[in-house]
Design a protein around this ligand. Structure first.
Ligand SMILES: *Cc1c(COP(=O)(O)O)cnc(C)c1O
Length: 418
């Protein structure tokens, strides 16, 4: 039956300028192409540098959470930065990573999987690690892989955490309560070549102590289970800078995690992390065009149904700057709200976006820190799903290296992965 066809609702980002040599700057691209559709700007060197810093700083294995930005150019930059393991949540993510990197370690970290996705991951893509938070999911994984400890099966129990302080709470949906998690560790142990306990403190979590508290809970679960584990997976949630937030340096999080892990005294166990946002946020921006100005409201060509959903109801603030290739620009800044192109009045981004007071129709605005949970959340609502993708040499718009052209662009090679 061919009546139902798979169809992507969202137009793929159109790649432009396959630049084998030096990448252009955002300003140069705007001046030359004068884009009337949102232009997504990827900074591969920024992503590679963030990945390299995380991989070398984290006291364990780094898995990239693919959902955060699955763009192939992003995955390539992460690989170049030394990332060799990927946290996937769907059959499509698994297939994408395997196609791009035959050698990659792929870990299926969604606690509720389609049976076909488990089979496909295990049989076709060599995925060995699966997460679970119920006895039903354990039975499903064992049935669909037909595997056990002697075939290298890895089983990870997702532990529920109390509601935390993260900007995006992730405690409501997945995870077994402590007692149940201990029972699941015991039940999984005989089938697992690699047994792990896994948690996620929530996304954009600014408090290193959140990991310490989670680690202490993990320790009590492991002791209650009374079986050895090989991995404690501390998940993602590592924060990045936004205009209203300057997080502690990543090293503070790593130090807290390492100290809490050592206090658990688990011989033979190692740490894993699954960062998403922290590796890619600074590596992406979107250039929008002003289509109309009404006082301090700007109507632009991308919005909450496009790459800017976090600027809508979640109220994230993003760095921004005016791009006007010709003419003077006022030196006085003013706070603006943005409206996206769809007819929904929820398509509003309160900001404030600080821009020159004379911003006007036809100007472009670059909005930064959008490499994480930006382009991948686009929809086709109202027909506004067209956008282009370019790779640029600019540095991130916020953070320690903001504005700098990353070193690699000066002709140096990246340090090889540890
Ligand atoms: C989303 C997610 C991540 C990544 O979270 P960030 O906040 O982007 O670091 C990691 N692990 C799991 C299981 C997730 O669902």
């Amino acid at each position: 039956m061919d009546l139902i066809r798979a169809r992507a609702a969202v137009a793929p980002l159109r790649r432009e300028f396959d630049t084998a040599t030096a990448l252009p700057s955002v300003d140069a691209l705007v001046a030359v192409t004068r884009p009337e559709e949102p232009m997504h700007c990827l900074r591969p060197a920024t992503i590679a540098a963030a990945a390299s810093a995380f991989v070398q700083g984290f006291p364990g294995e780094t898995l990239y959470a693919v959902k955060c930005n699955p763009e192939p150019a992003v995955l390539r930059a992460l690989w170049e930065g030394g990332v060799r393991h990927f946290d996937c949540a769907s059959a499509a993510e698994v297939a994408l990573v395997r196609t791009m990197f035959p050698e990659a370690g792929i870990h299926f970290m969604h606690p509720v999987k389609a049976r076909s996705a488990i089979r496909e991951a295990w049989q076709r893509h060599g995925v060995q690690d699966f997460v679970l938070d119920t006895a039903e999911e354990l039975a499903k994984i064992l049935a669909e892989t037909g595997a056990g400890a002697d075939q290298g099966l890895g089983l990870f129990v997702r532990l529920a955490l109390p509601k935390g302080v993260a900007r995006y709470d992730l405690s409501g949906k997945f995870g077994a309560e402590a007692e149940e998690a201990a029972a699941l560790l015991r039940a999984a142990r005989p089938h697992a070549a690699r047994l792990g306990l896994h948690f996620h403190v929530g996304s954009q979590c600014l408090d290193p102590l959140a990991w310490r508290r989670a680690m202490e809970l993990a320790g009590s679960v492991i002791r209650a289970a009374g079986v050895p584990v090989e991995v404690v997976d501390v998940g993602g949630g590592f924060p990045v800078a936004y205009p209203d937030v300057t997080p502690p340096p990543l090293g503070a999080f790593f130090a807290e995690i390492e100290a809490a892990f050592e206090a658990l005294d688990l011989p033979g166990a190692m740490l894993w992390a699954e960062p998403g946002r922290a590796l890619v946020a600074g590596g992406g921006s979107v250039v929008v065009q002003v289509q109309q100005r009404r006082g301090s409201d700007l109507y632009v060509n991308d919005g909450v149904y496009g790459a800017l959903s976090d600027a809508g109801a979640p109220g994230f603030q993003f760095p921004c700057r005016l791009v006007r290739p010709e003419g003077e620009v006022s030196g006085t800044l003013q706070g603006f709200a943005l409206y996206g192109p769809t007819c929904d009045s929820a398509d509003r981004m309160a900001g404030p976006f600080w821009l020159p007071e004379d911003v006007r129709e036809g100007d472009w605005i670059e909005i930064g820190q959008l490499g994480a949970y930006g382009a991948c959340l686009r929809t086709a609502f109202n027909g506004f799903d067209r956008a282009r993708l370019v790779e640029v040499r600019d540095g991130p718009m916020l953070g320690e290296e903001a504005g700098e052209v990353p070193e690699r662009m000066a002709g140096e090679t990246l340090r090889p992965a540890a």
